[in-house]
Structure formats: structure tokens, C-alpha cells
Design a protein around this ligand. Structure first.
Ligand code: 13P
Length: 290
């Protein structure tokens, strides 16, 4: 089926009370695992790409692989560019076939963030592509962006209203206390801030830093209107741990394809666990039956 934009599937998710997993894939193997898991559970999904993955594989080549996987899938698939600080790269991805891009200018003063995001949003809108923007600073390391605990700060509600109105974004990612990477203790999420933002920003909401949040936190955020949840670290960990475990257990293995099949299965299971937690299981069927 044709690819879908992130905004359209998030709007349905917000209305129906579930969230779509956005999994940061690393290559064809991991993208295939994510699509297969979603097909097994009849769930819409977002294939999310970090900037370093795009740079390593190349815009055109990665677009080709993901578009083939997405258009051949039995469930709706969106292709999203995560945390991009370079408008030129975001625009190249729009042109190559991504269905949404995140322009992350959250490190800049509000008016500069708005001006830069607006350039990409105006371009993307003409091509039918959604744009995600972020305010506040999500702590931790994501790809090439490292925000220390001292630098991390929560989104300001009044700024969020101005930003959402003036930047032209379709999807909003507010920093409410989650972090990229692994949590050291239990994260303190500011649910009241999230609720306040929902009142002044009439856009679908994204939660960054999904790896390691409790089932309770996911449910609460989804109930409050989060409809896209980003998972990157859990995929990387599953990739490396399952490969390590296989190679130790079968040190005489001669066929790399068996290693790939093992890793693919492990990632598929991890993705299915998250899809079940996010309430997305069976949602595509439910939508078709409407
Ligand atoms: P995690 O590192 O918690 O998986 O967060 C991923 C993310 O938010 C990507 O933008």
C-alpha cells in the first residue's frame, strides 16, 4: 500500500487513544524486522532514521530500501527523519521520499528556531510531507546530539503555543522529563506540563526517550494524548545483545545469514512488545473495518 504521512496516522491514533511506535532502524535487516513485527500485529508503524544512519547509507539508497519495504507492507508505514539539525538534509530527505522529517532547532533561541523550522515546514508542506519540531531539551545522547543533565530542560508552555502556531510544524515533541539512552533511576515526568501543552497546542504529540519508560508511564502519556513514541536505544541493545549471544553460543557457525535471522527475530519480538504496550495491536484492521 502507499506510504502514509506521520501526521495522518498520528491523528487517527490520538482520536482512538493509542500511540504508534517510531523505531530508529539501522539498516535493511532492522527495518524489515520492524515491518514484519507490525504486520504480525496488524499495527501501523513509523520507520525512523537517525541522521547518522542516513549519512552512513546515503539518502537515495536508504530511501529506496525503505520505500520498497513500506509500500510492500500489509500495514500503513511512515518513514521519518529523526533529530535533523541541517535544513539541507531534511529537504533532501523530503525530496527522496521520507513522509515526515524532524527539524530539531531546539538548541536555538525561540525566534531562530521558528524561522529555521518554518523554512523546512513550508517546503515540506508543498510536497505533502509532515514536519516534527521540538521545544525544551531532552537529556541524554541521541545520535550526534548530546544534552547533559545540566543542559536538559523542560518545555515552556507559553513558548510552545507561540512555536506551534508560528513554525508551521505538524507534530510537536515537548521535553517533559524523558531522556535519550538508558535511565539511571526512575524518570520524573511532568504530566501536568504535558496536559497544559495539550490545551494550547492543537497538534499530535510525540514522546522522545521511550526506551525504559514503564508500562504505566506509557499508558498515562497515551491516555493524555501522546500518539508517537520514539524507541532507539532498545533496538540498538537488542541488536548487539542478540548478536553477541548467538556468536558466543555458536562460535563455529559458518553462515552469517543464520546470525541475521536470529537478530531479526529478536528485534521483531522487542518491537512487538512495544506495539502491544502502545495499544496499536490490531488497529489497522479496526481502521479498515470502520
Ligand atoms: P531512546 O534512546 O529512549 O530509545 O529514545 C529514542 C528517541 O527519542 C529518538 O528520537
Amino acid at each position: 500500500m502507499p506510504l502514509v504521512t506521520t501526521r495522518e496516522i498520528m491523528e487517527i491514533a490520538t482520536e482512538k487513544g493509542y500511540a504508534i511506535g517510531a523505531f530508529n532502524i539501522l539498516n535493511e535487516l532492522t527495518a524489515r524486522a520492524v515491518v514484519r513485527a507490525s504486520e504480525e500485529l496488524a499495527a501501523p508503524v513509523i520507520l525512523q532514521t537517525s541522521v547518522s544512519t542516513v549519512q552512513q547509507i546515503g539518502v537515495e539508497y536508504l530511501a529506496g530500501v525503505l520505500r520498497i519495504l513500506g509500500t510492500n507492507a500489509k500495514v500503513p508505514v511512515a518513514i521519518h527523519l529523526d533529530h535533523c539539525r541541517e535544513p539541507a538534509l531534511a529537504i533532501a530527505c523530503v525530496d527522496a521520499g521520507w513522509t515526515s522529517v524532524m527539524l530539531d532547532a531546539s538548541h536555538l533561541p525561540l525566534h531562530e528556531n521558528i524561522a529555521l523550522t518554518r523554512q523546512v515546514a513550508d517546503y515540506a508542506r508543498n510536497k505533502g510531507v509532515s514536519v516534527e519540531g521540538e521545544l525544551g531539551a531532552v537529556g541524554g545522547v541521541e545520535d550526534q546530539i548530546n544534552v547533559s543533565l545540566n543542559e536538559a530542560h523542560l518545555v515552556n508552555v507559553a513558548d510552545a503555543a507561540v512555536y506551534a502556531h508560528e513554525s508551521g510544524i505538524d507534530i510537536f515533541a515537548p521535553a517533559i522529563g524523558t531522556a535519550h539512552g538508558l535511565y539511571r533511576g526512575t524518570p520524573e515526568l511532568d504530566y501536568e506540563r504535558f496536559r497544559a501543552i495539550r490545551k494550547v497546542v492543537p497538534l499530535p504529540m510525540v514522546i522522545h526517550g521511550g526506551t525504559g519508560l514503564s508500562a504505566e508511564a506509557f499508558l498515562k502519556l497515551i491516555e493524555m494524548g501522546a500518539s508517537k513514541i520514539n524507541i532507539s536505544t532498545a533496538l540498538k541493545q537488542t541488536y548487539l545483545c542478540s548478536a553477541r549471544e548467538f556468536l558466543v553460543r555458536r562460535s563455529q557457525e559458518t553462515d552469517p545469514l543464520r546470525l541475521d535471522a536470529h537478530v531479526e527475530r529478536a528485534i521483531r519480538e522487542m518491537v512487538k512488545e512495544h506495539i502491544a504496550l502502545f495499544g496499536t495491536k490490531g488497529r489497522y484492521m479496526a481502521r479498515k473495518a470502520r
